[in-house]
Design a protein around this ligand. Sequence first.
Ligand code: AMP
Ligand code: ZN
Length: 463
Amino acid sequence: MVIKFYNTLTRKKEDFKPIKKGYVGIYTCGPTVYWYQHIGNMRSYIFSDILKRVLLFNGFKVKHIINVTDVGHLTSDADEGEDKLEKAARKEGKNASVLAKHYFDAFIKDAEILNIIMPDKWPKATEHIKEQIELIKKLEKKDYTYKTSDGIYFDSSKFKNYGELAKLNIKELKTGKRVAFGEKKNKTDFALWKFSSPDEKRQQEWKSPWGIGFPGWHLECSAMSMKYLGERFDIHTGGQDHIPVHHTNEIAQSEAATGKKFVNYWLHGAFLLNSDGKKVSKSTGGLYTISELELQGYKPEHFRYLCLQTHYGKPLHFSLDALEAAGNAYEKIKRKVIELKAEEHNGNDLTKEYHERFLKAVNDDFNMPQALEVLWSVLDDFDFSPKKKIKLLEKFDEVLGLGVKDMKEEKFSIPKEVKDLLKEREKYRKEKQWEKADELRKMIEERGFIIEDKSDGAVLRKN
Ligand code: AMP
Ligand code: ZN
């Protein structure tokens, strides 16, 4: 079945046609490791995870690269401000590479507990300086570069299709309100190499044919994606904020260097917003990491489920209430799956039709809300054989990543006090003293347990 998705480059939903039959190369812009990756960042990686899982589900071989930005990302996406890594290292009084490792490790832990499949490689910018210098040399040879007092810049006016991805109106940019852009020839020109400032001792700097300094942020993604996926590859992803500057510049410098079309499909994830509608960002504070949420008793799988409930292209308004509601839905699924695993009755085999419905949903621009609807329909279809159902749900989970295989009754011990309360409640129930029995139910619930009344007696579950 054909996979369709929305390509930012053409602003259209398109059929996916790989460059090489049966094989897909994907590059995802990864974390800038100067601070923890918050739940907004993680939404972006859940999106690229789903994309990859859907391609695998369709039988493609996938090579996935996620980079690690450990140098060169300035506090503004343009070429002003400080290097985020250097600034954070100074503030924390740490070595920049130690700091980068700390935040990268924290990120990996969060990605793992969110059940994100690890990429084939996590290339780091600082380990690919040679490749980045080579790329600038190529651009220099083709006369796309010029020098200012603070670095080597890409001349965007020389690249014919500059701004195509973001549908930038270059004429308007040129004639519109003049914004100071220093020695740059055009507002949209960007740094390929920045010289270390004589007033500042940098921790991370390298020799280059142009002087001591460090690479521009956009350059790393072009150099590393082409190194691992080739000069042309299939899919590039990132958050929507990357469209006007970062990805626009990646396209310009890559295509200028190779003379080939760089990437066929550009896919962008929408933001996770605070409940007041503001983008969750590292600089504005007031945000969570997955590990922080876990410490407060929220489960990572509930966050994953919350993300699946909204299409990746639409903003997701985050609140703890929304996370709790997603958690309740997830726990309901888990309960149903656990019960199904114990069920014995026979039923029809409806695998084929549900599989088709699921595939149709996920192949239609990764429509996860619809895929979840199919999951719920399967769960609630009493005519469908439980054994076959479980098999199909496990298959769906190759895409959803909700952990269906591991869903089982959690072992827990019941404190004596709770056991006694339950016994007492049973007594009142037998005596039909419903009010008293209800009081005891409440007391048991306050102690973190839920009572389920079955035909052969009451069963306790952990809340
Ligand atoms: P950074 O570490 O800032 O380079 O960001 C890593 C990834 O997270 C990028 O793909 C960003 O576009 C994405 N991102 C940043 N903030 C958000 C947000 N609030 N919601 C979704 N994605 C985000
Ligand atoms: Zn990037």
